[in-house]
Write a protein that binds this ligand. Structure first.
Ligand code: AMP
Length: 519
């Protein structure tokens, strides 16, 4: 089934249900589906054929959901781009996806004009902002089309969503998520995450639509739920809390750093959050103490562990396990990533891909129909990741006797700051370009607000000098702002092993003493 048909079916069965709430604007399912159909027709008119990829560089506005579903219905791959990336990364993704059509919101019109010359393939840019130059007006494009569209018949393994991950070498890779994958994710949302999900649900899109919130839009559309948008470009805890109460929100997805801000927000103590049926969190670990505090404030929390390559679906810590004052075993489980999802195989392997026993730590591998079929135009990375039919997560962990998975570390030294994955190598490459820098290693250090903060440890070229501020500014001008180091420490020499390689474990150790990270 075409995953876009979730919308077609909901519009047919519950046309009057509110689909979109954004400020004063309300759109029902019949109207929402009609707008999406217009866009699917527009895609066709603009030359998009099934299997083509449509780039989407938009902030969390309802139009982003419209474009995603228009692409699905037209049999195209939707390519939602993380808008916090650097313009050079936007360009890389748009070009790599071979997109000829790009949808943007006003925030990016200027940046898009700047990168335009690096994108010779791009034929149409449609903006919700000001249609100047060769930018086309979103509403005008939509208005020119028919409201009727027959969803394209797709094969289950056709690409529906090209999900760009940060990539271990700094170059983003497009995980191909198929219609089968997204349907599998949707079904498992109903079975595992919120078994009592009904016909009058309300989802709040507080997290980016290019990631978790966009993925969980699908099960919500499948049940004709109301999608609430905040019209904000940054996370504002007061607005989120106020909206949960006023719109009687029943489900949302948030990263641990967002939850911490909600818990710390004074308004939490006089906000009614009892409407929440599934407060889904994941994307990064949460300290047990923080989770316990969150449980005192929010009902029905559910943790999910997954990757872009296995959208939202490897293991989960169900609502019933989010308890306070339980037995020792129950308290211990709060530090876990939960149990495997319905019909999802999860195993632990050693460096030779041999299965390990309960309690033994190794790489987490998974196998299910909610697993990418590979990386777009990258057969090498595909073969490497999908060895022997199992998807290799790059995460280290172990299972306990009761089947709970404990994530211990991320191989490849990935840093997760505020729910964003950051690969140190990318920042190290930038800093190494500075004339005063001799050697550099970038690590994550504990941070109360963001989970981890980026620290660069640098040794200088003899006779050269540079300040911490200058190095941070150097990074800021070259990579996305959230990837710049928060601090820089200067050392005479970086710790190395016998092979002359920098030992990050040793480097991290003093910063993590007394904290929970397994270094
Ligand atoms: P992404 O592909 O951006 O979704 O990032 C996936 C990575 O985020 C995983 O490989 C994990 O390292 C991390 N991650 C996702 N969910 C969790 C979780 N519940 N607890 C700890 N780490 C997580």
């Amino acid at each position: 089934m075409n995953i876009g048909t979730l919308l077609t079916t909901s519009a047919a069965s519950r046309p009057e249900n509110s689909a979109i709430v954004c400020g004063p604007r309300r759109v029902n399912y019949e109207q929402f589906n009609a707008r999406v159909n217009c866009l699917s027709n527009a895609l066709r008119r603009l030359g998009a054929r099934p299997h083509d990829n449509i780039a989407i560089l938009m902030v969390n506005f309802p139009q982003m959901l419209e474009v995603m579903f228009a692409a699905f219905k037209a049999g195209c791959g939707a390519v939602p781009i993380n808008w916090r990336l650097h313009p050079s990364e936007f360009a890389y993704i748009i070009d790599n996806a071979e997109a000829t059509i790009l949808f943007t919101t006003a925030e990016f019109d200027e940046q898009v004009s700047q990168i335009r010359r690096d994108l010779p393939r791009l034929r149409h840019i449609i903006t919700t902002g000001l249609a100047t130059g060769d930018l086309q007006d979103y509403e005008a494009v939509l208005a020119a089309e028919s409201e009727h569209f027959a969803d394209i018949d797709v094969a289950p393994d056709d690409v529906a969503w090209l999900f760009y991950t940060s990539g271990t070498t700094g170059v983003p890779k497009g995980a191909m998520l198929t219609h089968r994958n997204l349907l599998g994710m949707t079904k498992r949302f109903y079975s595992d995450i919120c078994p009592d999900f009904g016909d009058d649900e309300v989802v709040l899109h507080a997290a980016p639509l290019s990631h978790g919130s966009g993925l969980y839009a699908l099960p919500n559309i499948g049940r004709a739920a109301t999608h609430v948008f905040l019209e904000l470009t940054s996370f504002d805890p007061d607005s989120v809390l106020e909206t949960i109460q006023s719109q009687r929100v029943t489900n949302l997805f948030a990263a641990p750093a967002m939850i911490k801000r909600l818990v710390d927000c004074p308004a939490i103590d006089h906000t009614d959050v009892s409407s929440l049926k599934a407060f889904v969190w994941g994307g990064a670990p949460m300290m047990v103490e923080d989770l316990q505090q969150a449980i005192t404030k929010f009902p029905n929390m559910v943790q999910i562990y997954g990757l872009g390559e296995t959208p939202m679906t490897i293991t989960y810590l169900p609502r019933r396990d989010h308890v306070l004052g339980g037995s020792d075993a129950q308290t211990k489980r709060l530090a876990s990533a939960g149990i495997r999802r319905t019909d999802v195989d999860v195993a632990i392997v050693d460096g030779n891909d041999c299965f390990l026993a309960v309690g033994e730590m190794g790489e987490i591998v998974t196998r299910s129909d909610v697993m990418t079929k590979g990386y777009w135009r990258d057969p090498e990375a595909t073969t490497e990741t999908l060895r022997r039919g199992w998807l290799h997560t790059g995460d280290l962990g172990y299972f306990d006797e009761d089947g709970y998975l404990f994530l211990m570390d991320r191989s490849k030294d990935m840093i997760i700051s505020g729910g964003e994955n950051i690969y140190p190598r990318e920042i190290e490459e930038v800093l190494a370009q500075h004339p005063a820098v001799c050697e550099v290693a970038v690590i994550g250090v504990p941070d109360k607000q963001w989970g981890e903060a980026i620290k660069a440890v640098v040794s200088l070229v003899p006779g050269q000098d540079v300040t911490e501020e200058a190095l941070i500014a150097f990074c800021k001008s070259r990579i996305a702002s959230y990837k710049k180091p928060k601090s820089v420490d200067f050392v005479a020499e970086l710790p190395k092993n016998n092979y002359g390689k920098i030992v990050k474990r040793d480097l991290r150790e003093p910063y993590w003493r007394g904290h929970q990270r397994s270094i």
